[in-house]
Design a binder for this molecule. Structure first.
Ligand code: SAM
Length: 255
């Protein structure tokens, strides 16, 4: 075991952060660059510092996980969801159960809820999870800046947000359908019987092995005919092997 492995074990043990499934070169680069910025020489003193000062640990989390999200991110995929995938899901079931896994600050589950409200009369519930409590709090609050909401098409913006002194608050009707919850995709158990799981722009730092395990777990969490929606650079190489059928690019169905 080298110094990096010992650091990962200590991080897991003392700060409840497990980075074993993440690609080493990227993580190592980020960790070392932050240590240089903070003028910390050894992994031991870095762990000590993070245990003593929450702000340093928060800074570490910020540095590691890129939380960037956008409303209607990669619009063409949302169009496919709206026009091709959701009609099939509602055909099978009038009350669909959805999971936005790695939801960051809430733009993804709110985008989905706006589309559902606008186009569908069926019932739905959305579980929105992330392992970073700070981003979840922003999602729960549901208040965004003019820059944050720039991706929301006008028709949705008018209907589903309220302008409050220059900030935009998502209306309660949209918020009601979403439950935000802390959940670590690499540690915690998965709920089941989902009709739709979104996991977009989350697995980018995971090793191939971790990704495949995760996609298998998503497969098991879907109900028959359920669909997994991935990010725009995240095609699943082992999709067939896992058992998925492709419905459209970035949409995988459990037969
Ligand atoms: C780039 S954001 C993607 C947000 C949204 N899905 C989107 O596409 O706009 C990635 C999110 O994944 C979360 N994340 C990373 N590793 C995770 C893990 N092991 N468990 C849960 N969430 C994780 C990060 O905290 C971050 O908020």
């Amino acid at each position: 075991m080298d110094k990096y492995d010992i650091f990962l074990n200590d991080l897991n043990k003392h700060l409840d952060l497990d980075l074993h499934g993440y690609k080493r070169p990227q993580m190592e680069r980020r960790i070392n660059s932050l240590m240089r910025t903070l003028q910390i020489d050894t992994y031991d003193s870095f762990i000590k510092k993070m245990r003593e000062e929450q702000l340093i640990f928060n800074r570490f989390l910020d540095h590691l996980t890129i939380n960037v999200s956008e409303f209607f991110r990669n619009q063409s995929q949302w169009d496919i969801l709206k026009e091709k995938i959701l009609p099939v899901l509602f055909l099978n079931n009038k009350n669909i159960k959805i999971w936005s896994a790695g939801c960051s600050t809430g733009e993804e589950p709110y985008t989905l809820a706006m589309i559902l409200e606008q186009y569908y009369s069926g019932n739905y519930s959305i579980l929105a999870t992330d392992f970073d409590i700070r981003v979840l709090n922003k999602g729960i609050e549901g208040i965004y800046s003019p820059k944050d909401i720039s991706g929301i098409p006008e028709e949705y913006l008018k209907k589903y947000t309220l302008n409050q002194n220059g900030s935009f608050r998502v209306i309660d009707n949209i918020k009601r359908a979403i439950t935000f919850k802390k959940h670590n995709l690499l540690k915690d158990s998965f709920d089941t019987n989902f009709d739709l799981i979104l996991c977009r722009n989350v697995v980018i730092y995971f090793t191939e092995e971790t990704k495949n395990q995760l996609y298998r777990k998503f497969f098991n969490s879907l109900r028959t005919k359920g669909v997994l929606f991935t990010g725009s650079t995240e095609q699943i190489i082992q999709a067939r092997e896992i058992g998925f059928n492709s419905m459209a690019i970035f949409f995988y169905q459990k037969p």
